[in-house]
Design a protein around this ligand. Structure first.
Ligand code: GLV
Ligand code: GLV
Length: 323
């Protein structure tokens, strides 16, 4: 008999078949307690779990005594209680490489659309406001040759630095837990402490995972240090930023604009002040959302689960020490 797994995401047909070739698959809508209750037998016998975004905590693990591996279709895994997984020796697999270039493209899209006011101006054109000659009221600010600050120099930070340095001639500053020789050699990126980066960067791009150390890393004090002309971009995780402090900084003119793909609470409330500010570009967490990349992430996640349950989680494993 094939081992059983729970799938809480829709997969392309060919990947569903790849999964079914190895496992008996029970597909569910989500991991809410009601759903788990409804499929209690399948959850109790499942050795694997595949999906994204839902909370996986000790309470869920208690309903899954046979679980040996969880595979997420994402790079971020802040929705998993890793300590609880470790205590149960459950492997956690993710997709760190598949989305790098696509997320870096999204960050560049936010940089360009905030600086050049692409969304705002396009809306004005749609509203019939195109004037005979474009005056300063429609002008943006340059991107090329401006200083780009990257907070979090992981894979995505590197791909962003490459675009900015070679595509847009931007000097790069970065802050990370440790110095990154390759970034310095390839992109002449300059390592600096966070305060220096905030004071000097024209664009402050946040690409950090959510952890206990990064939660609310950005608040009043950080926005106050930025230039009034600074543009703030967040494409990591929303709770790394105190969103009320960001709103206040935008309102008071402490910073010039913001491009946001992530928010403290998602989906963003329809009455959020961020949605009425013309200098904010808000995206619905689409950093990796292209056909090509979402397929590649899903394929990686399927292969990760197969490898983990065969005792061979050679790559993409968050906690190989539990083996
Ligand atoms: C997206 O947010 C991811 O973590 O993959
Ligand atoms: C990425 O944004 C995901 O959670 O799939």
């Amino acid at each position: 008999m094939k081992p059983s797994v729970i799938l809480y995401k829709t997969l392309p047909d060919d990947l569903q078949q790849r999964l079914e070739a190895h496992f008996t698959v029970t597909q569910v809508k989500n991991l809410h307690p009601d759903t788990v209750q409804q499929h209690a037998g399948a959850f109790a016998s499942a050795v694997g779990l595949l999906g994204s975004s839902e909370k996986v905590d000790a309470a869920l693990l208690a309903k899954m005594p046979a679980l040996r591996a969880a595979s997420t279709v994402s790079v971020g895994y802040d929705n998993f209680d890793v300590e609880a997984l470790n205590a149960r020796r459950v492997l956690l697999m993710h997709t760190p490489a598949a989305l790098t270039e696509t997320v870096a493209d999204t960050v560049m899209a936010l940089v360009l659309s905030t600086a050049r006011r692409v969304v705002e101006v396009a809306e004005r054109v749609k509203a019939g406001e195109w004037k005979r000659s474009i005056d300063a009221d429609w002008f943006g600010t340059d991107v090329h040759h401006k200083t780009l600050g990257i907070v979090g120099m992981g894979r995505i930070g590197m791909a962003l630095a490459q675009r900015a340095r070679f595509g847009f001639n931007m000097p790069i500053l970065y802050n990370a837990r440790r110095q990154h020789k390759e970034a310095e050699e390839r992109f002449q990126a300059r390592y600096c402490d966070l305060d220096t980066l905030l004071r000097e960067a024209d664009f402050v791009c946040l690409i950090l995972p959510l952890t206990e150390e990064t939660r609310h890393l950005f608040g009043d004090a950080q926005f106050k240090q930025m230039k009034p002309s600074a543009i703030f971009i967040n494409a990591g995780r929303g709770p790394v930023v105190d969103e009320q402090a960001l709103i206040a900084a935008l309102r008071s003119g402490e910073i010039h604009a913001a491009g946001l793909d992530v928010f403290e609470h998602e989906p963003l409330a329809v009455d959020s002040p961020l949605l009425t500010m013309p200098n904010v570009v808000a995206l619905p967490h689409i950093g990796s959302a292209t056909h090509e990349t979402r397929y590649s992430m899903a394929a990686t996640a399927v292969d990760n689960l197969i490898a983990a349950l065969n005792g061979k989680p050679e790559k993409n494993c968050v906690n190989p020490q539990v083996m």
